[in-house]
Design a protein around this ligand. Structure first.
Ligand code: SF4
Length: 199
C-alpha cells in the first residue's frame, strides 16, 4: 500500500492528534480511538502489505504484514508492523496476545532462519542448505522405514505400520496444505503424527 500525504493532510492529522490526546485525558475514550485512527495513516505510509497466517497455533488467524523497502529497487524490505486481517473469516482483525507480539518474533535475534545440523561428536550446529537438509531427512526416513516397517501383525493381518519415526507438522497452514501433509505422512504408514497445536 503506497500512500501520498499532502502537507495539508499532515497538519490536519497532527492537529487532530493533539486535540485527541487532550480530550482523551478528560475521559473521552472515543476521542482516543479517533486519535489513534488519525495516526495510523502516517505509520503505514509507503508500506507494502502482504497477507499471511499467524505462526503460533491451530486457530490460524489471518494477519497483514506491513513492510518498508522496495525489493524491485534493490532495497531490503523490513517488516515494521503486523496486525490482524479484518477480512479474514477466522479472526476478523483480532489477535490474541501471542499474535499481537508477532513483530517481536520476526525481529528476534534468536529466531531460526535456516536449517542447521549438529554432526555426531560435534558440540556446535552448522548451517546447511535447504537441499542438504531435505536430502538428509529423506535419506534417514527411507533407511529407517526400510528397516522397521511392520507389514503384518501377529495374526498375519496386513497393517503396514511405521512406528519408529514421528512427524511434527505445523498447524498454521491452509486446510489444503494440512490435507496434503496428512495424506503424505499417513501414506508412508507413519503412526506417530502430531502438530504444535497440542502443545
Ligand atoms: S493470533 Fe493467537 S489465536 Fe490467532 S493463530 Fe495466533 S496464537 Fe492462535
Amino acid at each position: 500500500m503506497n500512500m501520498e500525504l499532502s502537507r495539508r493532510g499532515f497538519l490536519a492529522g497532527a492537529g487532530a492528534g493533539v486535540a485527541g490526546t487532550t480530550l482523551g485525558a478528560f475521559g473521552f475514550g472515543d476521542v482516543e480511538a479517533a486519535h489513534a485512527a488519525s495516526i495510523r495513516p502516517f505509520k503505514l505510509a509507503n508500506t507494502a502489505e502482504a497477507r499471511n497466517t499467524c505462526t503460533y497455533c491451530s486457530v490460524a488467524c489471518g494477519i497483514i504484514l506491513y513492510s518498508k523497502g522496495d525489493l524491485k529497487k534493490g532495497e531490503k524490505a523490513e517488516i515494521i508492523h503486523i496486525e490482524g486481517d479484518a477480512d479474514h473469516p477466522t479472526n476478523r482483525g483480532t489477535l490474541c496476545p501471542k499474535g499481537s507480539a508477532l513483530l517481536d518474533v520476526v525481529h528476534s535475534k534468536t529466531r531460526t532462519l535456516y536449517p542447521q545440523i549438529r554432526k555426531a561428536g560435534s558440540d556446535k550446529f552448522e548451517r546447511v542448505s535447504w537441499e542438504q537438509a531435505l536430502d538428509r531427512i529423506a535419506r534417514l526416513m527411507k533407511d529407517d522405514r526400510d528397516r522397521n516397517l511392520v507389514l503384518k501383525n501377529a495374526d498375519g493381518v496386513t497393517v503396514n505400520r511405521w512406528t519408529t519415526t514421528g512427524f511434527l507438522a505445523a498447524s498454521a497452514t491452509t486446510n489444503e496444505t494440512a490435507w496434503a501433509t496428512y495424506k503424505v505422512v499417513r501414506s508412508t504408514g507413519m503412526v506417530v503424527f502430531d502438530n504444535q497445536a497440542r502443545v
